[in-house]
Design a protein around this ligand. Structure first.
Ligand SMILES: C[S@@+](CC[C@H](N)C(=O)[O-])C[C@H]1O[C@@H](n2cnc3c(N)ncnc32)[C@H](O)[C@@H]1O
Length: 266
C-alpha cells in the first residue's frame, strides 16, 4: 500500500465507514481494522459488495438524470473516498460545465479527494460534518462554486443512516431545503430494516465500533426526509428499482437493504 494517500493524523485502528465502503468497492484506501469490520459485515451480509455497487449505480443514474434535466451544480454530502465514476465525472459526461462540491469528515476521503481534484477549479472538497449543515452552507469553498439562487442537487447517498435520530437528521435536510432555490433536487439512499430486520440490526451492531453508526430506518422514516419536496417517479424504492438502465432487471430487489429516491423542490 502506498502511504501518500493518508494524512499522518489518521486513526488507522478505528474502522472508518469511508474506508470500509472503499474496501467493499474494491479500493485500496483501507487498513486492517477496516477490512476486519468488512469481513464481519460480509459474514452478516454476503452480498455487501453487491449492495455497495448497487448504491453507486443508483448514484450514477440519479446524477445523470439530474444533469440531463439541467442541474449544473451538485453538493455531494458524505461523498466518500473517490472511486470510479465520481459525481463530477458523471455530471460532466452530460454537462461539461457542471460544478461539484464534495463534503466529507473522513481524513482519508478528504486527502484523496484533494489529490483527485487538484487543478480542477470547478470542483472542491470541503472537510465538514454533515450534522452541522449551517457550517457547510456558510463555507467559502462551497459559496465559491455554488450559486444558491440557481437550482442545486444535494446528494445524501448512503449518508443519513450514519446520523443517529437524536442527532436530528431531519434538521440536516430542512436546512438544505431552506437554502435551496425552487427546482433544486434532493437525492437520498438509505439503509432500511423493512425486509430484513435481523440483518439490519446485526449491521448496526457491527458499526458500533466504527467512526459513524449505521442506523437503519423504515420506508416511512426515510420518506419523512423528503417533507416539502416532491418525489420524482418511481418514488422511494429499493435501489435497483430507481430508473434502472434499459434491459436491466433485478430479482428480489428487497435483498438490497437500501431505498433510494430523488425529489424536486417545487
Ligand atoms: C458509505 S460512504 C458513502 C459514499 C458515497 N456517498 C456513496 O454513496 O457512494 C459514507 C460517507 O459519509 C461520510 N460521513 C460519515 N459521517 C459523516 C459526517 N458526520 N459528516 C460528513 N461525512 C460523514 C463517511 O466518511 C463516508 O465517506
Amino acid at each position: 500500500m502506498d502511504s501518500e494517500w493518508f494524512p499522518p493524523e489518521v486513526d488507522s485502528q478505528r474502522p472508518s465507514v469511508a474506508r470500509v465502503y472503499d474496501f467493499l468497492l474494491g479500493g485500496a484506501h483501507n487498513f486492517a481494522s477496516d477490512r476486519d469490520l468488512a469481513t464481519g459485515l460480509l459474514r452478516v451480509e454476503p452480498q455487501a459488495r453487491e449492495l455497495a455497487r448497487a448504491n453507486r449505480a443508483f448514484l450514477r443514474r440519479a446524477v445523470r438524470t439530474l444533469a440531463g434535466a439541467g442541474i449544473a451544480q451538485f453538493v455531494d454530502i458524505g461523498s466518500g473516498i473517490p472511486t470510479q465514476g465520481n459525481v463530477h465525472e458523471i455530471a460532466r459526461g452530460v454537462n461539461p460545465d457542471a460544478r461539484v462540491v464534495y463534503i466529507d469528515n473522513d481524513d482519508v476521503a478528504v486527502a484523496h479527494s484533494r489529490t483527485i481534484l487538484a487543478g480542477d477549479d470547478q470542483s472542491a472538497i470541503l472537510q465538514a460534518d454533515m450534522r452541522r449543515p449551517a457550517d457547510i452552507l456558510a463555507a467559502p469553498e462551497l459559496k465559491r462554486l455554488i450559486d444558491f439562487t440557481e437550482p442545486v442537487a444535494f446528494l445524501l447517498v448512503a449518508a443519513l443512516h450514519l446520523v443517529k435520530s437524536e442527532e436530528d437528521p431531519e434538521g440536516i435536510v430542512e436546512a438544505l431545503r431552506e437554502a435551496a432555490a425552487p427546482g433544486s433536487h434532493l437525492v437520498i439512499s438509505h439503509l432500511t430494516h423493512e425486509a430484513q430486520p435481523g440483518k439490519a440490526a446485526a449491521i448496526g451492531k457491527l458499526y458500533d465500533r466504527a467512526t459513524s453508526p449505521a442506523v437503519s430506518r423504515s420506508h416511512a422514516g426515510i420518506l419523512r426526509f423528503f417533507d416539502g419536496w416532491e418525489l420524482l417517479d418511481p418514488g422511494l424504492v429499493y435501489l435497483p428499482l430507481w430508473r434502472p438502465d434499459e434491459g436491466e432487471t433485478v430479482e428480489n430487489p428487497e435483498r438490497f437493504l437500501g431505498f433510494g429516491g430523488v425529489a424536486r423542490l417545487p
